[in-house]
Design a protein around this ligand. Structure first.
Ligand code: FES
Length: 202
């Protein structure tokens, strides 16, 4: 079964549950409820994952050493390009952000209606926004207030709330970052998707 299809259904389930609760607030219970079938469909065994990871690492070493002979200059150039990459999209005011209390989060859609995202107001009062798709198998992540971090319910992935970087678990990359700006004394706007740290805090 196609995992992207599953994820779209899963994300829709989360958003529907959030809408039925309070003001689209992003809820851990809603995420866990909506992703339960997904976890059963794609069970994750940490031991198996480590075996695969070791095998993949050996393959990676072989391929990387070969590739270095062939294109080190071009590879370096591409890295430099990726580091500075930033896509600009039409700015969007994130409704409800002004009322968000420290230690809470809400869902929104950006840059397209199909793109689910999460805005977090961390315990320090700063705003942080990310794509909601986990970088492992695209389960929707949620904000854990007790731990002040972002968690994925499917395979125990964890991300830093301030940077989106991986703290633990199988996700291979940081969460996709959404650049935000605070305007007009408190409105929070999504203004683009960025590859590096580009957050605006209050
Ligand atoms: S989908 Fe596996 S840890 Fe998130």
């Amino acid at each position: 079964m196609n995992s992207n299809y599953l994820n779209e259904k899963t994300v829709e389930g989360v958003l529907a549950a959030d809408r039925e609760s309070t003001n689209e607030i992003s809820g851990e219970i809603n995420v866990q409820t909506a992703t339960a079938p997904y976890q059963a469909e794609f069970p994750y065994e940490r031991d198996e994952e480590s075996q695969v990871t070791r095998r993949e690492f050996c393959n990676f070493l072989f391929l990387t050493s070969s590739a270095l002979f062939l294109g080190s200059a071009g590879f370096a150039g591409k890295l430099a390009y990726n580091a500075s990459f930033e896509q600009k999209f039409t700015p969007l005011k994130i409704e409800g952000a002004e009322a968000l209390a420290p230690g809470s989060a809400l869902n929104f859609r950006y840059p397209e209606e199909k793109d689910t995202a999460i805005l977090i107001r961390a315990a320090d009062g700063g705003y942080y926004a990310y794509e909601q798709k986990c970088t492992h198998l695209t389960c929707p992540v949620y904000y854990s207030k007790p731990n002040d971090r972002i968690e994925c319910p499917c395979h125990e992935g964890g991300f830093d709330v301030h940077t989106g970087s991986v703290l633990y678990g199988p996700p291979p990359r940081p969460l996709g970052l959404i650049a935000i700006e605070v305007r007009n004394g408190g409105e929070v706007w999504a203004v683009g998707k960025a590859a590096g740290d580009k957050h605006e805090s209050t």
